[in-house]
Design a protein around this ligand. Sequence first.
Ligand SMILES: Nc1ncnc2c1ncn2[C@@H]1O[C@H](COP(=O)(O)OP(=O)(O)OP(=O)(O)O)[C@@H](O)[C@H]1O
Ligand SMILES: [Mg+2]
Length: 282
Amino acid sequence: MLLGASGTGKELLARGLHEASGRRDAAFVAINCAAIPENLLESELFGHEKGAFTGAVKTTEGKIELAHGGTLFLDEVGDIPLPLQVKLLRFLQERTIERIGGRKAIAVDTRIVCATHRDLDAMIAEQSFRDDLYYRLAEMVVNIPSLAERPGDAVLLARHFLHQYAPAMNPGVRGFAPDALQAIDEGRWPGNVRELENRIKRAAIMADGKLVTRGDLDLAGGRDDGEGEDYLNLRAAREAADRVAIRRAIMQSEGNISSAAKLLGISRPTLYDLLKQYRMQA
Ligand SMILES: Nc1ncnc2c1ncn2[C@@H]1O[C@H](COP(=O)(O)OP(=O)(O)OP(=O)(O)O)[C@@H](O)[C@H]1O
Ligand SMILES: [Mg+2]
């Protein structure tokens, strides 16, 4: 179960999981449970036999069946209506399905990855999501933090997206100006990686020179730091601030320790000591 705000990369992670697994040669089947009308969702998931209902002109396999041997990605699983939740739970327990209008139990072997941006705990409390289904789906939970909670990632991803888009959209663009990197680093990114990707794509198009500037990014405001439970404890606050600065410096210098130390205004050996002390990796 992948939990994370919009644009944090849930679908990308689901695909990555499939590609990294022994099931990579079989299908990755994704279904967005929020995008399909309630009356069609059952047939989409479970399939139907010819003649099962008006318009069922031929037997059709459902997404679950199509994912046999591979991975089934149930996106927006929090949007599955209650009656279907019961049916899905039955499949998860029995590992067999019956098509609508069918009598035969069909065994399906698939890895289930699901995602939602909804608060399932709250939905369980108000009884719009079944707790028994939740426990089945939540055997392994991965919480994907927001981009603002991942120091250094925004700059790293911005470089990645620029390399991806600039060659086709504005081949003269080579990189980011320092003020742009700082703005990316300090951005709040409420739309997370998706917002960053779109912003970089646009900036790549808008840039006049070799470097994307802060102005090309058209970003407003910075982030308020100093949040979190421990922030009044000075030692914890210092360590947290050190970690953020070190991570940023290493990302900006693309892993070069000497230039990272220079950016931080400390010597190379001091930086190595801090990395060791905070158990961080360059
Ligand atoms: N770590 C990453 N590296 C490269 N691209 C990423 C990364 N994370 C996310 N993206 C890109 O950001 C965009 C949004 O990612 P994705 O669609 O996986 O998010 P999501 O969590 O499913 O969002 P939503 O909740 O809105 O459905 C995609 O274009 C994806 O390729
Ligand atoms: Mg998604």
